[in-house]
Design a protein around this ligand. Structure first.
Ligand SMILES: [Zn+2]
Length: 346
């Protein structure tokens, strides 16, 4: 017999895979009349008739049909279609009745019930179930995603809505990549589909630059009973002109006026909630650092706190009045300290 496993025998007979034995017989008789030269005369097509005859020989033989159907997946499709016709309620009643009939002892009764329920909800025959159990579970991979937060959000904690694109086994072919011998149209033969999902994520307070936040089971889905991957958010704390983080410390660039730097000052500057007061000693230069102990971020176990490290940044006022300009001019004439004198030191 020629190799028919790459042909759709049902199509040759203009039938669907659900065709009964009677349907097959009827279809064959109808087509034989059209193509058999002895019946159709000169309009006959002996090659076409041979094809119809072979299709009929296979599909009308129960064993040959089953073998063909199993190989091309029609068998499974028909099983599933028939199964879906019966309601779960009916199936459940039948299983319970069977379980009761086959057991007298309460414990074996409950085992049978469990087995019945298992079969019912997994909708698989024993053989199919066995086959699936033999498949090696494949764990879903983790997804890594960068998330940008501000320095203040790192200190206070925040919430983010993140869009994740995760893959899962194709529901159409169940990751097999093909159906009935042809490429699955839902996943184009990749065996997986991508799904977009929006999830709300809580970013805890005192989070550090580069921290990984793990969200369990929001990664790619596992296959054949494998575990789902996790989602990892990698925290990126954005710099701004005044604040950034460095490990547990918060670095602050503090603008001060030339006269505050010269004379010293009590400076108040805005922070997350309320203000911070800091004393600038007289004759403070640009770049000089001040440390505010315990004003940084907590460590993971909340037993230690980092510091706030302030860097003084002398900033000129943007507008000078005529009077101010005159005073600066006077200062210039008065000053005789050469602040660049040691620049030629070797
Ligand atoms: Zn598929």
């Amino acid at each position: 017999m020629p190799n028919y496993y790459n042909k759709d025998l049902y199509k040759i007979l203009n039938l669907t895979y659900e065709a009964s034995k009677e349907d097959i017989k009827r279809a064959y008789k109808k087509l034989a009349k059209i193509y058999h030269p002895d019946v159709a005369g000169s309009d006959g097509d002996i090659d076409k008739f041979k094809e119809v005859k072979d299709a009929y020989d296979i599909l009308s033989d129960d064993e040959a049909r089953k073998k063909y159907d199993v190989l091309l997946g029609f068998y499974r499709q028909r099983l599933e279609k028939n199964a879906s016709k019966t309601t779960y309620k009916n199936k459940y009643d039948t299983y319970v009745k069977q379980a009761k009939k086959h057991s007298q002892k309460p414990e074996s009764f409950s085992n049978s019930i469990n087995e019945a329920l298992d079969n019912l909800f997994h909708n698989k025959s024993g053989k199919q179930k066995q086959k699936e159990e033999l498949k090696t579970p494949i764990n879903g991979s983790d997804i890594k995603l960068d998330v940008n937060i501000s320095c203040f959000e790192a200190i206070t904690g925040t919430n983010r809505k993140v869009n994740i694109l995760h893959t899962q086994p194709c529901p159409n072919c169940e990751g097999r990549t093909f159906i009935n011998g042809s490429t699955c149209s839902m996943c184009n033969g990749t065996g997986e589909i991508s799904l977009q999902k929006k999830i709300n994520v809580k970013i805890p307070k005192d989070v550090k630059q580069g921290s990984k936040i793990r969200i369990k089971k929001e990664g790619n889905k596992g296959l054949y009973g494998g575990k789902d991957g996790d989602l990892y958010l990698i925290v990126n704390i954005e710099k701004n002109p005044y604040y950034e983080t460095e490990g547990m410390n918060i670095l602050c660039n503090l603008p001060v006026t030339p006269f505050e730097a010269v004379l010293g000052a009590d400076i108040t500057f805005p922070y997350i909630e309320g203000n911070i007061n800091v004393k600038i000693p007289p004759m403070t230069s640009s770049g000089q650092k001040l440390r505010l102990a315990g004003m940084g971020l907590y460590n993971k176990s909340k037993t230690k706190k980092g510091d706030m490290i302030i860097t003084v940044m002398i900033k000129l006022p943007q507008k000078l009045s005529k009077k101010e300009q005159e005073l600066y001019n006077e200062l210039k004439l008065l000053s005789n300290d050469d602040i660049r004198a040691d620049m030629n030191a070797k």
